[in-house]
Design a protein around this ligand. Structure first.
Ligand code: IMP
Ligand code: MG
Length: 183
């Protein structure tokens, strides 16, 4: 295991699932694909806070066409919980109207699919030209609600992961790699 002490985090029982370089390479690939697909279109990337924030900022830098960004915060877990409750609350809504825009949702991870399914229902009702989904991680084995994924960074096994935006009880979002929580 690489030395993660620099980030204030080290536990022999936790492992790195996706290293920094691998993340960066994949984000660059997704950026190429997205800029081709949205060339000439009025693109708004909507980041779901807080988990999607590191992915969004790297992805934006990999996309060389003009685009706007906006943020939305929802809550589906309580502190300490590891399962989606199915009850999704909007904590913070978008700043701008998305009517007629090409909206790309940028998410950290799709687990049960409940959170994203709810967000899609809410946003589709506002009349975007298109609504598509870009997720860094896809925990496909856990899916309970079908959501169409347009861009997927990595399919991952059913394990609790952290780092690169994803938290364990609000910590470790700053890590530049994805780790697996084993404790
Ligand atoms: P879903 O509604 O079950 O799809 O849950 C999606 C949300 O749960 C994500 O946006 C994450 O914030 C959180 N989540 C799901 N799996 C993990 C994980 O392995 N680590 C950290 N957060 C997770
Ligand atoms: Mg979370």
């Amino acid at each position: 295991m690489p030395d993660t002490g620099t980030f204030g985090y080290a536990s022999p029982s936790n492992q790195i699932l996706i290293a920094r370089e691998k993340l960066q390479t994949r984000v660059a690939e997704l950026g190429r694909q997205i800029e081709q697909d949205y060339a000439g279109k009025d693109l708004v990337m909507v980041c779901i806070l807080k988990g999607g924030v590191m992915f969004l900022t790297d992805l934006m830098r990999a996309i060389r066409i003009p685009h706007a960004i906006d943020f939305m915060a929802v809550s589906s877990y309580g502190i300490g919980a590891r399962e989606s409750t199915g009850v999704v609350r909007i904590i913070m809504d978008l700043e701008r109207d998305i009517r007629g825009k090409h909206v790309l949702l940028v998410e950290d991870i799709i687990d049960s699919g409940r959170t994203l399914n709810y967000i899609c229902e809410v946003l589709n009702a506002r009349g975007p030209a298109t609504l598509r989904i870009c997720t860094l991680l896809n925990k496909y084995e856990r899916r309970e609600v079908e959501v169409p994924l347009d861009y997927v960074g990595f399919n991952i096994p059913n394990e609790f992961v952290f780092g690169y935006g994803l938290d364990i009880d609000e910590l470790y979002r700053n890590l530049p790699f994805i780790g697996v929580f084993k404790d």
